[in-house]
Design a protein around this ligand. Structure first.
Ligand code: ATP
Length: 322
């Protein structure tokens, strides 16, 4: 069954240009120049219940705008969307009870209160039974190891600690669907890993549908089999993460450790030098040039070491963005 169904979704923002300075501010009172920005262009996709989908794209691609439309925070300019069977921007109460949204860059916890107070507030808003809420909080705080933080003022917490509590706050009403917009932004590697394992655990335990955006490819590799990639508001790719690399199977990554300096021009004719650090060099070489390149390197150069590999997923996604 589809948890999300999106057809020909568009969002055009209109805004007024505002140049810097007092003079321009005065001018703006009389004449304002209207501008438009097509943030989302004709996007369509379906997401099955219980899946974890990676929603990827470079900065400004239109990810947050799309998630905001799917959660009913923004009206689209045109298009059709069904989320859990509801039209999100009608903001029906039953719909609001069934989904949750976590914005890594915005907190839903009250900064001057301990997180336990926000949890209680959410419990009342979502009308969650006292016993059920307690059981859920026990499970969540135990898994994320934050029991000792429940009564600490939120603004005194570290980013990683706060993020764990944000996730808990968003799950108090056991939503069927969670939108996670960069849930691991700014976190250290250990906290990122914990958040990932928690998302995986929660999805397996409760079959919750998850749509996640992240600029950390490890999040996506660990959690998502399927990714939807957008850029400039348009959908570029919708399919399995492993197939992204298949699309770039003709590009090989060659790492060279040289014994002496070599002119970039000489190497450059076989492929693209992506990194050079002293005598270490990384190149992208097309498969059809590989044979000739290896011949050149082994016969004409003094090399200490060489390794050849397929492009990593992260690189595949980067090439897709390009
Ligand atoms: N309220 C707005 N008015 C005008 N333009 C906007 C508005 N909100 C977003 N945009 C523009 O729409 C585009 C898409 O923004 P969006 O926040 O959806 O990108 P994103 O993919 O989430 O990026 P990031 O990874 O940096 O968070 C950007 O060019 C942004 O400047």
């Amino acid at each position: 069954m589809n948890a999300i169904s999106v057809k020909n979704l568009n969002k055009v923002f209109t805004y007024y240009e505002k140049k810097e300075g007092f003079q321009h501010s005065l001018k703006n009172l009389l004449v304002r120049k209207q501008k438009t920005k097509e943030a989302v262009k004709n996007i369509s996709f379906d997401i099955d219940s219980g899946d974890i989908i990676g929603f990827l794209g470079p900065n400004g691609a239109g990810k947050t705008t799309t998630l905001k439309m799917l959660s009913g925070i923004l009206y689209p300019t045109s298009g059709e969307v069904h989320v859990l069977g509801y039209c999100p921007w009608k903001r029906q109460k039953e719909f609001k009870m069934k989904y949750s949204m976590v914005l890594g860059q915005k907190s839903q916890l009250w900064p001057d209160l301990p997180a336990s107070e926000t949890f209680r507030l959410n419990q009342y808003i979502y009308e969650v039974d006292e016993r059920k809420c307690k059981m859920l909080l026990d499970e969540l705080t135990e898994y994320l190891d934050v029991k000792h933080l429940l009564n600490v003022q939120v603004r005194r917490l570290s980013l990683g600690e706060r993020m764990k509590l944000e996730l808990i706050a968003s799950l108090i009403h056991s939503p069927q669907l969670i939108f996670l917009d960069e849930p691991s932004i700014g976190l250290d590697l250990v906290s990122q890993k914990k958040i990932r394992s928690f998302i995986r655990y929660w999805n397996e335990q409760y079959k919750t549908t998850v749509m996640i955006t992240s600029h950390y490819m490890k999040d996506i590799e660990d959690l998502c089999e399927r990714v939807i990639v957008i850029n400039g508001g348009e959908k570029l790719y919708d399919g399995s993460l492993s197939d992204v690399n298949y699309m770039f199977k003709d590009i090989k990554i060659v790492n060279l450790e040289l014994s002496s300096e070599i002119d970039d021009m000489k190497l450059g004719k076989f492929g693209v030098i992506t990194k050079k650090d002293g005598l270490n060099c990384t190149m992208e070489v097309n498969r059809e040039n590989l044979h000739e390149f290896i011949g050149y390197v082994t016969q004409k150069l003094n090399i200490k070491d060489i390794s050849i590999s397929d492009i990593p997923v992260e690189k595949g996604i980067e090439l897709l963005y390009r």
